[in-house]
Design a protein around this ligand. Structure first.
Ligand code: MN
Length: 740
């Protein structure tokens, strides 16, 4: 990006062309004034980025143009947002300042670019992703378009990720699936979410992705033929209803197909759910519901409906605004086919999320779903003591819900809460004070426990008592982020009050010791004793879990400052030097098997992580732990996403060197029929035949079925694959899968 290379005449032509193409893709109308402003934004960006190139060597300006185009075409944003998108990297990467933008483009655009710049610098800093995510959400409250442009920026970076070095690809993909995919989902940008997840999978699970993509391609013709055979008997009947409509088959995303294969443990060939049939109606708003049900009726006259699969999100939309009528029917050849029925308006909301919702805002008498959500985000953000990692966990837990439960207040008002919410969540959703003082809860006139899990249609009444207040057990009784944050806040306040006296006592003691900078001293003590929490320090002193004498013991006062008296324990995180490297106890023996950051791995101390047991050939990365050297994890390890997203500065690239004489532990799970004819012998015989060692073998049988877990020593993934295939071929064995 830093290369100084002038833009050639041909390149400038291509740039101008890309810009005009972007303008042509705008879906909203704009005035001459708007057009002039967009032109000025383009010229400023073009000029400011003139010395920069992307990793792919193309002039940098192609990136902001592409981001603007995604905003215009795929989100449906208007001219103001387009200007901000064109300028989104100038403050970050060039000498242009926010003040200049303010002068030339006004407050709104400058504010948006400012928000985007903050997000970018957050990303580059070493702060944890949870902290970054908090920043993303705070800009969301300022102007939701900032986050939408950021999504477009991320989408373009993901689409062009191939030109990045691999370890960066891993970090970016992990962050995307950790933060941006759930956020896209919450903002109703379904297409963004599926594309994010597909692109992440392409980086994080390359082989699986390619396998599914190839099979989809191979089966395309047969699938299209089937879809036609499904649709053609319907056409004349649908025509006779007299609505304008479109009907077509739509493939599901690679990510969702791969997920099903994993979950159901069946091969691709047995997944019938590779596509859905969609009917889109062009009818006036007031006729939408009637028309959708007429279509439903026609389709289920032709094909038998599967009753449990009916989902009516038209009568009650999802909380992110999604509206659609879904059903599953038995199609030709007795195959289950999912049918989605919706209007053009609903379709636009489903595909373009928030921006489309905005467009129809005035028309709708529906509660403003986004306003409600922003309010809860604001609630969490404004909570001064929310721990950021916890915060991210709460947010993800809440935004990942596809489904909701609908309950009623005594007045008959409906409230939608994430599925799994409890009666106590309901109390907090009414008002935080109702939550704090919640004494008992009635569900349909009967008292239920606070932890009662809500069911659709419940009618709830909360009885409060001003003496009542939250206790730590309440945290286990709620599911929503809002309730959790409020309970934590109250518990912390309680602690703070209990610590007041101790705080006063410590203050007097430090004064007596002639400590000058008291603030720094308390900081030091908190860091030493309570992981940096002042509240906990005073609280522990207050309830006498710690004493003042005890906490001051390791310290001495030196020139008015509190300093540690003993020499600090040797830093554990220091790079192992050549001496102790030689006697590293748990280091793997043998020749170099791994390259870590391009260097032979035996120069460093590393071990295989026991959570995912990597085997030669797996996609892996190295993680620098705080006390156990480097751990090698599989990219798809359940812990990997969290590590990569929150501690990306500790991640190193790791790759296998092709030859090795070392073995790895891999765990297989087998299921099958227990015919009583010595399953254990058959399996272990097969394994020894392949010249593999068994580390452990556990088998449990119940009513004619068995489940076995076998730890094997293998050299690489090929050998493991051969072993699974051989075991799969045994009589009585029905499934073989690797324990991830
Ligand atoms: Mn960018």
């Amino acid at each position: 990006m830093a290369e100084v290379l002038d833009i050639t005449v041909e390149e400038q032509k291509a740039i101008d062309h890309a810009y005009e193409d972007m303008i042509a893709s705008l879906r909203t109308s704009y005035s001459q004034e708007d057009r002039d402003q967009m032109n000025r934004a383009f010229r400023l960006a073009n000029y400011s980025h003139r010395h920069q190139r992307r990793k792919s060597k193309e002039p940098y300006i192609f990136h902001p143009i592409a981001v603007a185009k995604i905003c215009a075409e795929e989100i449906g944003l208007g001219p103001t947002a387009i200007c901000a998108a064109l300028l989104h990297d100038v403050v970050e990467d060039t000498p242009v300042t926010i003040e200049e933008l303010q002068d030339q483009f006004g407050d709104r655009i400058a504010q948006m670019v400012g928000g985007l710049t903050k997000l970018d610098s957050a990303y580059q800093s070493e702060s944890k992703q949870a902290e970054n995510f908090k920043k993303v959400l705070s800009t969301l409250i300022v102007d939701v378009r900032i986050v939408l442009i950021k999504m477009a920026d991320r989408l373009h970076n993901m689409r062009t990720i191939k030109s990045m070095p691999e370890h960066k690809q891993l970090k970016i993909a992990a962050e995307t699936s950790y933060i941006y995919a759930p956020l896209a989902h919450r903002l109703g940008l379904y297409n963004f979410r599926s594309e994010f997840l597909d692109l992440c999978m392409k980086v994080l699970e390359r082989d699986e992705y390619n396998a599914v993509a190839r099979k989809l391609q191979e089966t395309k013709a047969a699938r299209e033929k089937y879809i036609e055979s499904f649709i053609s008997p319907l056409r004349s009947k649908l025509d006779s209803l007299g609505y304008n409509y479109r009907i077509f088959g739509r493939p599901k995303s690679i990510y969702s197909i791969a997920n099903k294969i994993k979950k159901k443990q069946v091969p691709f060939e047995q997944i019938y759910d590779l596509f859905a049939v969609r009917v889109i109606l062009d009818v006036p708003r007031e006729k939408e519901k009637l028309a959708a049900w007429a279509i439903y009726s026609t389709i289920t006259d032709t094909y038998q409906a599967v009753p449990s699969r009916l989902k009516d999100w038209i009568t009650i939309p999802k909380s992110n605004g999604y509206e659609s009528l879904h059903t599953t029917v038995v199609g030709p050849g007795a195959r289950f086919v999912e049918v989605q029925i919706r209007s053009e308006r609903m379709n636009e909301i489903a595909e373009r999320g928030f921006a489309a919702h905005w467009k129809y805002k005035g028309v709708s008498n529906q509660r403003d779903v986004y306003e409600q959500w922003f309010e809860s985000v604001r609630d969490i953000l404004e909570n001064p003591n929310s721990d950021t990692v916890q915060f991210l966990g709460d947010f993800r837990a809440n935004s990942f819900f596809n489904e909701e439960v609908y309950v009623y207040t005594p007045d008959g008002d409906m409230k939608a809460l994430p599925k799994g919410s409890t009666a106590l969540d309901f109390a907090f959703s009414v008002h935080s004070m109702v939550g704090y003082h919640c004494q008992s809860i009635l569900c349909d006139e009967r008292i239920v426990p606070m932890s009662y899990v809500l069911r659709n249609g419940d009618r709830l009444k909360v009885n409060t008592n001003p003496q009542q207040k939250p206790n730590p057990n309440w945290l286990d009784m709620v599911k929503t982020g809002k309730a959790k944050a409020k309970i934590r806040q109250s518990l912390k306040e309680e602690k703070r009050q209990q610590g007041e006296l101790a705080k006063e006592a410590l203050h007097r003691k430090l004064k007596k010791l002639h400590v000058e900078d008291e603030k720094a001293a308390v900081e030091t003590l908190a860091r030493h004793w309570t992981e940096g929490s002042h509240v906990d320090l005073f609280y522990d002193l207050g309830r006498e879990a710690l004493s003042i004498a005890q906490i001051l013991k390791p310290f001495e006062v030196d020139h008015g400052k509190l300093a540690i008296a003993l020499p600090a324990p040797a830093a554990q995180e220091k790079e192992p030097d050549s001496k102790n490297r030689r006697n590293g106890a748990n280091r793997l023996k043998g020749t170099t098997k791994l390259l870590i950051n391009g260097e032979p791995g035996d120069q460093l101390e590393y071990t295989m992580a026991s959570c995912c047991n990597p085997v030669q050939g797996d996609q892996v990365f190295a993680y620098l732990t705080s006390n156990a050297g480097l751990k090698i994890h599989r990219v798809i390890c359940p812990n990997a996403e969290n590590l990569m997203a929150n501690y990306d500065y500790r991640i190193m690239k790791a790759e296998w060197v092709s030859t090795t004489d070392h073995s790895f532990v891999a765990e297989l799970e087998l299921t099958g029929l227990d015919s009583g004819k010595g399953v254990i012998e058959t399996i272990s015989h097969e394994i020894t035949q392949m010249d593999l060692d068994i580390r452990s073998f556990n088998i449990a049988a119940e009513s004619g079925h068995f489940t076995a877990k076998i730890s094997l020593l293998v050299r690489n993934t090929d050998q493991l694959r051969l072993a699974s295939r051989a075991l799969q071929n045994l009589d009585n064995v029905s499934t073989v899968s690797r324990v991830e």
